[in-house]
Design a protein around this ligand. Structure first.
Ligand code: DX5
Ligand code: ZN
Length: 214
């Protein structure tokens, strides 16, 4: 299992310390939650702060857009050259076009599905993306409870990715911890995002990351 800690649960007054902690703790990606106060009822960080994160991160960035006007935000964050930019399928009229745009910018395109969105929605986009992110909470906040139906969704998506694009990774985001990570792995998930479990872990960030590498 690859592990992408979400810096949404970091201490923003000590962001450099907390980004270095996950990178030195063995994470595979640094997950960055970008919220605009419109698509989701919360507002987070823009390119100035994410640029500062990129400077101190020794692992690639995984930027998760939770915004309206995806194309505008892709243009804002592209100069930072993250590994992934993912956008919500529910918010995009022309996902195929946006995928091609992200790819042309030298970034791996990824799609995000809210808890209610069936995996079949993205079947005919799978050959064009490098990752699909399944939300296991409603986007907007860290620290929410895991929605178990994502497990069956991951199993169904895995069948579709095997058929359409076996290189397409499956990521799950929200409420992930050491109790559900093995079930996610068995369902075919490749990457887990974890915010509160990693940053609020009484045994520390490094222990938390290692406990998710099942
Ligand atoms: C929620 C974000 C998640 C969130 C995960 O909208 O996409 O990345 O930070 O936090 P936890 O792991 O605490 O659910
Ligand atoms: Zn996220």
């Amino acid at each position: 299992m690859l592990v992408a800690p979400s810096i949404l649960s970091a201490d923003f007054g000590n962001l450099e310390r907390d980004v270095k902690a996950i990178c030195e703790g063995g994470c595979d990606l640094v997950h960055v939650d970008v919220m605009d106060g419109h698509f989701v009822p919360n507002l987070t960080i823009g390119p100035a702060v994410v640029g500062a994160v990129a400077k101190v991160a020794s692992k690639p960035l995984d930027i998760h857009l939770m915004v309206e006007n995806n194309t505008f935000f892709v243009d804002l964050f592209a100069p930072l050259q993250p590994k992934y930019i993912s956008f919500h399928i529910e918010e995009e009229k022309h996902p195929h076009r946006l995928i091609q745009k992200i790819r042309a910018l030298g970034i791996s395109p990824a799609l995000v599905l809210n808890p209610h969105t069936p995996p079949e929605t993205v079947e005919f986009l799978l050959e064009d993306v490098d990752m699909v992110l399944l939300m296991s909470v409603n986007p907007g906040f860290g620290g929410q409870s895991f929605i178990p139906s994502v497990i069956e969704k991951a199993q169904k998506l895995k069948i579709l990715t095997q058929k359409r694009n076996p290189n397409c990774l499956i990521e799950v985001d929200g409420g992930v911890n050491d109790e559900n990570v093995t079930t996610l792995r068995d369902a075919g998930v490749d990457i887990v995002v974890a915010g509160s479990y990693v940053y609020n872990n009484p045994k520390g960030v490094k222990y938390a990351i290692e406990s998710l590498k099942v």
